[in-house]
Design a binder for this molecule. Sequence first.
Ligand code: PHE
Ligand code: NA
Length: 500
Amino acid sequence: METRSQWGTRAGFILAAVGSAVGLGNIWRFPAVAYENGGGAFFIPYLFALLTAGIPILIMEFTMGHKYKGSAPLTFKRMNKKSEFVGWWAVAVSFVISTYYAVIIAWAMSYSVFSFNLNWGSDTEGFLFNEYLNLSVDPGQTGSFVPGVLIPLILVWVVVLGILFKGVKKGIEIANRIFIPALVIIFLIIVIRAITLPGAIDGLQAFFAPDFSKILQPDVWVAAYGQIFFSLSIAFAIMITYSSYLPKKSDITGNAFITGFGNSSFELLAGIGVFSVLGFMASQSGVAVDEVVAGGVGLAFVVFPAIINEFPGLNGLFGFLFFASLVLAGLTSLMSITETYVAGLVDKFKISRTKAVLFGGGTAAVISLLFATQGGLFFLDAADYFINQFGVAMLGLVEVVLIAWILREVKSLQLHANEISDIRLGSWWSFSLKFITPIVLGYMMFGLFKQNILKEFATDNGNYEGYPDMFITFGGWAVAAGALVAGIIMATIKWKSSSQ
Ligand code: PHE
Ligand code: NA
């Protein structure tokens, strides 16, 4: 049997893990989530979630990958034959996410070019939806391809699959060694420029002003856990896959702490940058910071371009750096999520990496074309919501319950990690995995099912975003359920060769 690929250096692994963790979630999700959930006071539930779920699960996944030396499916299968499907389920969820995540990177690529001439004009919202995305169909319809999205999308896949072809050490590790330091430098430049803008202080004050009444609300704690899960790339199969390439001697616990705190530092930095710029925007238009706060697509592709228009000099360059940072953060995350299915296919079917990249990555690339159509944004939004809530969050719950309560692996994983790590795991770790995380995630899932099934959204029909039932059924539920079904089917297929 071919020996398993390995990282060349410890720094290489950490950069790759941080590269996966630091993504769009840090830049456009965290600042808005923190602001809406208590500002400065949000740091209490956030840190609690980091220390009771984020880092403990990261340590757990690093240890699983290191101990069982397999892609997520192989790792789960080696723990217990019957749990293989959980690994494939996670891989299927990752597969779906990769198909639309690539599209957002493609938009950012286009916008980094648009920056130079401020192509978006003064109506940045109209530009995004009407001109760039050409969104003129109803949810559920595709319309025709949008070349402005299609071309950068192809480029994104060429870059990512090209890197994955090269392998773990020569491809993923080298790419992260270049992209992550570049990202940090670019981001620092942006943040330094941002905090020195007029009005920045007001933005920061709005961001950090603690609303302590919020921390008594359960929703705020749920938001903190949700942010930590998504942000740390846990329960995506990613961290298991990456740690399966670690050498025997590895300080697993130390690596997890560095990854966890590295990611959170980047979030804090993004919060400071984003709110400084929002403060500037508010002061320019003479409104309260409150009125310009945004997150997600709206923040990056509507509000930011509008701010860049107002920029005091070098606006083209500032815009380019901002969108380039989205591209870099996105590419390193996309690499990691694509590697989950490449590794799964290599392990299960004993095919070469080249074939796995061509087949797995190729299929994802073809499916992603759906999101480069006129109706692409609606498909993307529904898939994103359902796959995150009923894929990633649900998987997190299934994973911890399985490991802590059904397979009862906590003790043996703890021994394994302690044997090779500098920091010893104690009762804090097992208590977090056995009790705190399952209770919080269980509560969270209950609330999510209730809200979606009983249609409790504040929209006309009570559905998420007010989308029609048909679209919610096929574009949302079927996608999330499909990942589970795909996982179960993959687990029933026979493993190639008996050496497993
Ligand atoms: N951790 C990433 C982020 O914060 C999320 C992610 C990772 C999404 C990998 C897709 C793939 O943005
Ligand atoms: Na992140």
